[in-house]
Write a protein that binds this ligand. Structure first.
Ligand code: AMP
Length: 277
């Protein structure tokens, strides 16, 4: 696997492979099997796979979250090599942000709901880093995890609005055997937190079986989860997948994403499932 640290060496390497169909997987490292599913999918559907590892400071709304972000570079490199990833882009912060960024990319609607509402500034940071990386790598296909469903909606909007000639692939969430969505944050869960964390997935699954009564089911699920002293639900919401907007009615044949965010023993977890009405 080629490893590059600078934008110029990345571009130099990529010009050698210009004729190929390039697949791109942006990550913040601390790689687990969820990330590796994106690499596998990219390997299956493109000819040259670029992964980036960059812990993007401007998408963190809370500095202690940034400091606590797990960093496991050596094992990340080994995992990527096993998956036959072709190139790893590993830039420093000063390489990416050569001068302070004053540009803001605003998603007024998405910023008013779910992660956008609970993490002000987060999607601006995500959009800026992804747009920069898209410009550096210029891939034909980009791979993102359904695990961060609202992020996928933002990237879709970014690609359409800024006319990136990139196909977005959304890869299903990889889970532990008890249903917990894999996440770099799971290592921070306490023993008790880890035991109860799968309840989030269980609850959104049970809501999906009775979408018609979504509001009632949602209230009951929040009450149930919050009755556990280690859990504090931030939200349970349902979005219509095509428009990316919160759904207030359900149409036959349309897809809906049921999304949850909660603190589990002080670790903030998100999850979602996509279901058809
Ligand atoms: P991160 O390093 O957390 O920014 O994630 C990098 C990419 O991996 C994003 O597109 C995530 O949505 C995706 N990802 C994270 N966890 C999972 C998972 N459990 N299954 C599938 N994709 C995931």
């Amino acid at each position: 696997m080629i490893i590059t640290h600078t934008i110029s060496s990345l571009k130099e390497e990529l010009t050698k492979h210009k004729a190929l169909n390039i697949g791109f997987v942006p990550t913040m490292g601390a790689l687990h099997n969820g990330h590796l599913c994106l690499i596998k999918e990219a390997k299956l559907t493109t000819d040259f796979v670029v992964c980036s590892i960059f812990v993007n400071p401007i998408q963190f709304t809370n500095s202690s979250d940034l400091e606590k972000y797990p960093r496991t570079l050596e094992s990340d490199i080994k995992k990527l090599e096993i998956e036959n990833c072709d190139l790893l882009f590993l830039p420093s912060e000063s390489e990416i942000y050569r001068q302070p960024t004053s540009l803001e990319i605003n998603f007024p609607y998405q910023n008013s709901i779910m992660e956008g509402k609970f993490r002000p500034g987060h999607f601006n940071g995500v959009a800026i880093i992804v747009a920069k990386l898209f410009n550096f790598v210029q891939p034909q296909k980009a791979f993102f995890g359904q695990k961060d469903l609202q992020q996928c909606l933002i990237i879709k909007q970014l690609i359409e609005t800024l006319s990136f000639d990139i196909e977005l692939h959304i890869v299903p969430t990889k889970r532990e055997s008890d249903g917990l969505a894999m996440s770099s944050r799971n290592v921070r869960l306490s023993e008790n937190g880890r035991k109860i964390a799968p309840l989030l997935y269980k609850k959104i699954n049970s809501i999906s079986t009775n979408l018609q009564d979504f509001e009632l089911e949602k209230t009951l699920a929040i009450e149930f989860l919050n009755s556990n002293e280690l859990i504090k639900v931030d939200y349970i919401e349902i979005v219509e997948m095509q428009s990316g907007e919160l759904a207030n009615h359900f149409d036959k044949g349309k897809k809906y994403g049921i999304c949850i965010a909660a603190l589990v023993d002080n670790v903030r977890l998100i999850d979602n499932i996509i279901t058809e009405f």
